[in-house]
Design a protein around this ligand. Structure first.
Ligand SMILES: C[S@@+](CC[C@H](N)C(=O)[O-])C[C@H]1O[C@@H](n2cnc3c(N)ncnc32)[C@H](O)[C@@H]1O
Length: 232
């Protein structure tokens, strides 16, 4: 089995400590909200939060678009259970499903925007996934991949190694009593696309107006908003 196919099961194991660990990561929620706002969706937009996890990215979308209709999808039952418990997100439609084919798991109709935060790196076939996401958008709709990319920058790779080896993995051991998913996180980010490569992937999947915007703080050069449009 491809390692990526086991990722949701590993998230099940850390779902109860996920929000606490994210709160210890400076800027985590603010950065998600920045990506959400960068999508510049109109009032009343219909939005899919793919790989929504415990709903932290969904909450960022809700803050940016108070009257949007939002669907959150994730393949981890544990993460979704935590999302469902959030009373401020009680109007969100939660779906258990695989990001490789959201349409097959009830993500129906066309979306004005799709946010995929820390998701595309984890799917087994990113090119096919992106093509399917384009198919789920309205013409002119916006995709935002909020994702790590450190390839091509020695400095970013060094910061990433220091932060994951020195902070993230030890905190995972203390609070989640496992290091597996955090070691995977370190490895998968180091192996993931450079900014140029992910932009090329988006264009190859039929998106236009592809652009990358940075985050601030220690995540500058590490986390980015990759924005792209479905041609009208
Ligand atoms: C790092 S969490 C991010 C959660 C949320 N978007 C956030 O920003 O806090 C990644 C999520 O992707 C989910 N995931 C990984 N592979 C998936 C797949 N193939 N289909 C759906 N969800 C997946 C995991 O279960 C996990 O909840």
């Amino acid at each position: 089995m491809n390692e990526k196919q086991t990722v949701p099961k590993e998230f099940d194991r850390v779902s109860r400590s996920y929000d606490l660990l994210s709160a210890l990561n400076p800027g985590y929620s603010e950065h998600l909200e920045r990506s959400a706002r960068r999508m510049e969706l109109a009032p009343g937009a219909k939005i899919l939060d793919l790989c929504c996890g415990t709903g932290l990215s969904t909450a960022a979308l809700r803050r940016a678009y108070p009257d949007a209709t939002i669907t959150g999808m994730d393949a981890s039952e544990g993460m979704l259970e935590s999302a469902r418990e959030k009373s401020d997100l009680s109007d969100v439609e939660w779906l258990l499903g695989d990001a490789m084919d959201p349409g097959a798991f009830g993500a129906a109709g066309r979306y004005d925007g799709i946010l995929m935060a820390y998701g595309i790196r984890n799917v087994p076939e990113p090119d096919l996934c992106l093509e399917r996401l384009r198919g789920l958008l309205v013409d002119g709709g916006t995709l935002c991949l909020h994702e790590y990319s450190v390839r091509g920058s020695l400095w970013s790779r060094m910061v990433w190694n220091v932060v994951t080896l020195g902070i993230v993995i030890p905190l995972g051991l203390i609070f989640a009593r496992t290091t597996k998913i955090f070691r995977y996180l370190r490895r998968s980010v180091l192996a993931f696309d450079s900014v140029d490569a992910l932009e090329a992937r988006l264009r190859k999947a039929g998106f236009t107006d592809v652009r990358t915007e940075p985050m601030g703080g220690w995540q500058r050069g590490i986390v980015h908003s990759f924005l792209a449009s479905k041609p009208s």
